[in-house]
Write a protein that binds this ligand. Structure first.
Ligand SMILES: NC(=O)c1ccc[n+]([C@@H]2O[C@H](COP(=O)([O-])OP(=O)(O)OC[C@H]3O[C@@H](n4cnc5c(N)ncnc54)[C@H](O)[C@@H]3O)[C@@H](O)[C@H]2O)c1
Length: 448
């Protein structure tokens, strides 16, 4: 029976999804601020020292059926997600610091917390990385693989994956590494065949992040991208992802300023309020900030941050309201702040008869505290997608756009940036794969 508030889309009940039994191995590329905050946080939660705040997979609920049914289980009880106790971490970095040392350097978590977790965190030592300074100008890596060409480096990452696979039951990879220079797709990215030739010939269009992604996808390992790098946003990777049932999603964790943008912009649009300008500036002093101080890495980030407003406002549909928006984004490296980023937005809006108004947002956030639960959720949901018959061969998991500044979509589709549409899509996807009724919020039947 179809319940109220849904569009009659009773979905094919699956009931066939493999349970999350055994260990989930998480391979993290880049054991910096975000990665160590995620890993330390998972361990703190496992030991009952803290709550997984900010994580939808751990704290979120999902309504099933009518509002009057009072049925809202935890998401992790509704879909078969890996249990945090079954998660095992490893990773790569261009520095030899173990996760404890790297977390201490990042200074996101306080010494008291880190001290309690030290024996565990010290056990996670990075594998040597695939790195080339051409792609991240501000870093000088020392713990780096050597190979005769990019193919050789990819094979070494594949060997790392295969070795780790022997110790766990399933594997997911997530890029928490630095932002690379801005790259656009070229011929080498158009097919798996062209890409593999490019690995042999050391094509300059293939960045280190793509060598990791290629290694993961060729081994059937799902891949998430926390940075705005081009990485899997090219036909070759989409092809590989589909072929090997290795789900991918968009890129660049949607944390501070863009998170707020994708809440506020839909609100203005919903009320048909115009916007003439949106100026966003940030100060931050962590290593990410240092990398983004390089104009070529900043360009990659800027492109990712700029996209959301255009898609949300649809100026071609609403020229009177949004056609002339002046949108400017600045990121300033300011060491005294460390990971405690501060973001300011000045938004010039206009209302009835064109009368102008302003809104100022000053977000004093903690970058990695916002990003860590997103990284965890992406890992757990990609592992779920890999086990869901309905999702595993689809390649791009658009329902995970909720977490990302640059959602990835099928060719020809515009990305959906509105946080609340993304949230609905995510939850309906979970209902769908579990064979539950979708919820459309129509609800006329309450008034029969
Ligand atoms: N913190 C946030 O809110 C947030 C939001 C969106 C995106 N991001 C992105 O997430 C990424 C990580 O952020 P962070 O604050 O942890 O940065 P970070 O500089 O602290 O960590 C990045 C780590 O990656 C390592 N690295 C760089 N290139 C590598 C390679 N080729 N192989 C292996 N390791 C490599 C670096 O040595 C460093 O330890 C950045 O790209 C950042 O732009 C962060």
């Amino acid at each position: 029976m179809l319940s109220e508030e849904q569009g009659g889309q009773k979905t094919a009940a699956t009931g066939t999804m493999a349970r999350a039994t055994g260990k989930l191995g998480v391979m993290v590329v880049g054991l910096g601020a975000v990665a160590t905050t995620m890993i330390a946080g998972v361990e703190a939660v496992r030991r009952g020292l803290a709550k997984p705040i900010g994580s939808l997979t751990q704290m979120g609920t999902i309504r099933l059926g009518k509002r009057t049914d009072n049925q809202s289980p935890l998401i992790k009880d509704f879909v078969p997600l890996a249990d945090l106790n079954d998660v095992v971490f490893t990773g790569w970095d261009i520095f030899e610091d173990n996760v404890y040392e790297s977390a201490a350097h990042a200074k996101v978590l306080d010494e008291k917390t880190l001290e309690k977790l030290k024996p565990y965190l010290e056990t996670i030592k990075p594998l040597s990385a695939v790195f080339d300074q051409y792609y991240v100008k501000r870093l000088h890596g020392t713990h780096v693989k050597k190979g005769k060409n990019k193919r050789d480096l990819a094979d070494q990452v594949i060997a790392d994956i295969q070795a780790f696979k022997k110790t766990v039951d399933r594997v997911v990879m997530i890029w928490c590494g630095s932002t690379e220079i801005f790259l656009e797709p070229t011929a080498v990215h158009q097919s798996v065949e062209a890409f593999e030739k490019g690995l042999e010939s050391n094509d300059i269009g293939i960045a280190p992040s793509q060598i990791y992604a290629y290694a993961a996808l060729s081994q059937g390992v799902p891949f998430a991208n926390g940075a705005p790098n081009l990485t899997v946003d090219v036909p070759a990777m989409i092809e590989l992802s589909k072929r090997n049932a290795a789900p991918i999603c968009g890129k660049d964790f949607k944390t501070g300023q863009t998170f707020m943008k994708t809440v506020l912009a839909p609100a203005f649009k919903a009320r048909m309020l115009g916007v003439s300008g949106w100026f966003s500036t940030n100060i931050l002093g962590n290593r990410d900030g240092e990398v983004l101080d390089d104009p070529e890495s900043f360009k990659t980030k800027e492109e990712s941050k700029l996209g959301s407003l255009d898609y949300i406002f649809q100026p071609e549909l609403y020229p009177d309201l949004y056609k002339d928006i002046y949108h400017k984004i600045r990121i300033n490296y300011y060491p005294p702040r460390g990971d405690d980023k501060e973001a300011w937005d000045n938004i010039d809006i206009f209302g009835w008869l064109g009368y102008p108004m302003q809104l100022k947002v000053n977000f004093l956030c903690r970058d990695s505290i916002l990003a860590a639960p997103i990284a965890l959720d992406l890992v757990l949901f990609l592992d779920l997608a890999k086990r869901a018959p309905e999702l595993r061969y689809r390649g791009i998991q658009e329902w995970l756009s909720f977490y990302l500044k640059s959602p990835q979509t099928a060719a020809g589709l515009y990305p959906e940036h509105d946080l609340f549409i993304q949230s609905m899509k995510l939850k309906n996807t979970l209902r769908h794969i579990m064979g539950a009724d979708l919820i459309t919020h129509l609800g006329l039947e309450y008034y029969d």
